[in-house]
Design a protein around this ligand. Structure first.
Ligand SMILES: Cc1cc2nc3c(=O)[nH]c(=O)nc-3n(C[C@H](O)[C@H](O)[C@H](O)COP(=O)(O)OP(=O)(O)OC[C@H]3O[C@@H](n4cnc5c(N)ncnc54)[C@H](O)[C@@H]3O)c2cc1C
Length: 374
């Protein structure tokens, strides 16, 4: 059995754990990160990679400011991580079309335009059906119109997570590929973490275990209300296919990515910790894809992946000090937006761990204590 002493232990090598470790090391902290499989081997490595800041859980209230802060931070971070590691995580600005296929969808989309158009980072407008095909000739001409968001952004999630992990290592973070099995505690203080084959002692501990966060309930008495929400993605190839916008329809999406493949998703499946791709999901995603872009009927399926989003009971991230503990923190629960929100979540964690407070807007809504008594 080995024992080490560090400033901070991070449990979990998804994007939240890797990025927080990177930022902590930038503040001079000696960090050990424990990961049970490999870095980015779950949702953080197999997400779609959209940084869609204008729809979804917590938007516009109460998370719009937090979301916009997170979005903006990606632009500077992309440069920083690339300069450190040479890994291009393919951050790029892109335009999105959110297609409506019935009048109910038209009404819903239009009801959100008033606040979306106030966010100065983006240009947001409603397009009538003939304007949709003018902007994107591949779009299904049978749509009833679309919300057109200009200057959104996307990145490649595995490269992003890997670049955060490698940049962290360059700052001295030690990555240990072992499963954490429990906390070493004394009263309200956490002294360290036990893992398979050893233990690490540290002044502070962060649990960034994605959908597995509830397991830590047995270690610390705080049962994070987080469950796995499975999602699947297809990658397809079609020669001479060109399009320049990302498209959305219902909960699904598609884009032609820098690797030359069309990526399309997704599903929302409550099937526990099962990460197997399924034919039913493939067929559902293909149907949604062809609704958006009929020309892809001849595309060849190259790869199908499945992974688990960490979904909290109110759909918002759980970020901050664990109730009842002096030096134990948690960062999880980002559901469908963990790549986008990772920058904000990590900065909040670093600020709270080092200063006890943060300037990141909206952070109070993410406090783990909000579920007490519920
Ligand atoms: C199909 C799909 C598409 C998505 N698309 C997008 C998107 O376009 N945009 C967006 O913003 N978000 C997207 N997401 C969501 C995003 O991927 C997740 O919210 C985010 O990756 C979660 O990151 P995390 O670090 O919290 O968790 P994870 O990536 O799950 O990382 C947690 C890590 O902790 C490790 N771990 C767990 N228990 C232990 C233990 N006991 N000891 C050591 N290690 C442990 C795990 O092995 C894992 O590597 C998508 C998700 C899915 C499934």
């Amino acid at each position: 059995m080995t024992t080490m002493t560090r400033d901070v232990i991070v449990v979990g090598g998804g994007i939240v754990g890797c990025l927080t470790a990177y930022l902590l090391a930038g503040q001079g902290k000696k960090v050990t990160l424990l990961e049970s499989h490999s870095v980015g081997s779950h949702a953080s490595g197999f997400a779609f990679g959209e940084l869609g800041a204008l729809e979804g859980a917590g938007l516009p209230d109460p998370l719009l400011d937090f979301t916009v802060w997170s979005f903006r931070r990606h632009a500077t971070l992309a440069e920083e991580l690339k300069a450190s590691t040479g890994i291009d995580h393919q951050f790029q600005y892109c335009n999105r079309l959110m297609l409506a296929f019935d009048q109910a969808a038209v009404r819903t989309f239009k009801s959100h335009l008033h606040w979306q158009q106030k966010v100065k980072d983006f240009t947001v407008q409603w397009l009538e059906p003939e304007e949709v095909v003018r902007v994107e000739p591949q779009a299904n001409p049978r749509s009833h119109g679309a919300v057109y968001v200009q200057r959104s952004a996307s990145l490649e999630p595995y490269r992003y997570t890997l670049s955060a992990a490698q940049a962290a290592e360059r700052r001295g973070v030690q990555i240990v590929l072992r499963r954490a099995t429990g906390l070493i505690t004394q009263g309200q203080r956490c002294l360290g973490v036990a893992y398979e084959g050893g233990q690490v002692q540290a002044g502070q501990v962060l649990l960034a275990m994605g959908p597995w966060s509830a397991e830590a309930g047995a270690w610390c008495g705080y049962q994070a209300p987080v469950v796995p929400l499975k999602g699947q993605i297809l990658r397809l190839k079609l020669d001479n296919f060109a399009m320049s916008n990302t498209m959305h329809h219902g909960g699904s999406y598609m884009a032609l990515k820098p690797d030359g493949l069309v990526w399309a998703g997704t599903t929302e499946e409550r099937v526990g910790f099962n990460e197997d791709p399924t034919p039913a999901a493939r067929d559902k995603i293909m149907k949604d894809l062809l609704d958006m872009v009929p020309a892809l009927v001849d595309a060849q399926l190259v790869r199908q992946t499945a992974c688990l989003r960490p979904l909290s009971s109110d759909g918002m991230p759980i970020v901050g000090q664990v109730p009842g503990w002096d030096n134990l923190y948690m960062g999880t629960g980002a559901g469908r937006k963990g790549i986008l929100w990772s920058t904000g979540m990590s900065q909040v964690l670093v600020d709270l761990m080092l200063e006890g407070r943060t300037q990141v807007p909206g952070a109070a809504h993410l406090d783990p204590g909000r579920f007490k008594g519920k």
